[in-house]
Design a binder for this molecule. Structure first.
Ligand SMILES: [Zn+2]
Length: 376
């Protein structure tokens, strides 16, 4: 993976490159930052840079044999250690037993969380650890002669999942490292890592992404329209893993749901600032999505009425929608349903005729505030 393929972190990339050019590569480094901040891709691109035969001032060459092997995750000097759910029946005791699954996921999509890793393995809800057997494997591998004649690199992903025995063994390795060995530890949270490990590593603070970075990533990688990308990015609060999961999941539905809940909450509270904000958010969507949002709203209103008056009828709702409606549906009733539906249908009509969306949605949310009151 090239540096330029990793989202953002311009300054950090320069710092990592400077370590190499000034010949001051620290042998134990901890990349520390919130979930979804791209630490794993960053570590892999740094490893590639360290192993590359012809690195430039800004990146690996991408073409030498070392670059090619790092890209396919088969470089003999690039080792990974990561949490696994130990299971005798599945024959899993260390990361090595799941290395092909790991390679598959990393090549598919290198931005993922511990949760996405467990989901990928179908191990949700189980306890993943890096255990002492894993550490012994690390030791064995690192005592081998390097293939590249440069470095042996061990990336330890989610280092906070090491148990105490494993951490102590790793500590010894960091204190007396095998020759030309570099440890790149990755962690979301330093609190559960042994303080003695932290004090012996150089800490690289990896900040979370900005909303704009996440939005542009979604637009280019997932062909998401600008407005929707901004909405998802905003909801993800800089967590790119979260944003990817939103767009890969039931993407549109989830965006509309979040927006709808926000709209109804602010209409119910009659909070002018929030109302203006949500009206702006909706008006940023593409015209087609605005229409879909209106349709989605009408669908939820209909379901609310069914829930209130036709208790036996089956509802076509997802779990999060049902949870919301259990509290919200009672505000949509005979007192206001006709007028609310009319306003939404009217908005739909005007969007189709190219009305200014900002004015239109501001107008709609103000009316909605009054109509929701009627139902209370
Ligand atoms: Zn290269």
């Amino acid at each position: 993976m090239l540096f330029k393929e990793v989202l953002g972190h311009k300054n950090l990339k320069e710092q990592l490159i400077a370590q190499v050019t000034s010949n001051r590569v620290s042998h134990a480094q901890l990349l520390l930052g919130p979930e979804g901040s791209g630490k794993l891709p960053l570590a892999i691109s740094f490893a590639q840079y360290l192993l590359c035969d012809n690195p430039t001032d800004t990146d690996s060459c991408g073409e030498c044999q070392h670059c090619t092997k790092v890209k396919s995750l088969t470089h003999p000097d690039l080792h990974f250690s990561f949490p696994v759910v130990v299971s005798k029946t599945d024959g899993v005791s260390t990361s090595d037993d799941l290395r092909s699954e790991w390679n598959q996921l990393v090549s598919q999509q290198p931005y993922f969380s511990l949760n996405s890793w467990l989901k990928y393995l179908d191990d949700m809800g189980k306890n993943p650890i890096i255990n002492v057997e894993g550490s012994s494997h690390i030791l064995r591998k690192l005592s081998l002669k390097s293939y590249s004649d440069k470095y042996k690199i061990m990336i330890i992903w989610m280092a906070e999942q090491m148990n105490t025995q494993a951490a102590n063994k790793l500590l010894k390795l960091i204190e007396e490292p095998p020759e030309q060995t570099i440890f790149l530890l990755i962690a979301d949270n330093a609190e559960t890592i042994l303080p003695t490990i932290i004090s012996r590593t150089q800490i690289i603070n990896v900040p979370g992404y900005s909303t704009d970075e996440v939005a542009s990533f979604l637009e280019t990688r997932y062909q998401i329209e600008a407005g929707a990308a901004q909405t998802v990015a905003g909801l993800s609060q800089g967590n790119v893993v979260d944003a990817i999961e939103t767009v890969q999941g039931d993407s549109a539905q989830s965006i509309y749901f979040e927006l709808f809940v926000k709209l109804m909450r602010s209409a119910y509270a009659a909070n002018p600032n929030e109302l203006i904000e949500v009206a702006e958010e909706i008006s940023l969507l593409e015209r087609e999505s605005q229409k879909n949002f209106i349709r989605y709203g009408l669908h939820i209103f209909r379901e609310s009425i069914i829930m209130n008056y036709l208790k036996d009828k089956t509802l076509s709702l997802r779990d999060e929608e049902l949870n919301f409606l259990n509290k919200f549906a009672r505000f949509i009733n005979n007192q206001n349903i006709t007028e609310i539906s009319e306003e939404f249908n009217l908005a739909y009509y005007h969007i189709e005729r190219n009305a200014n969306p900002k004015i239109l949605f501001t107008d709609l949310v103000i009316k909605l505030t009054k109509l929701i009151r009627k139902g209370v």
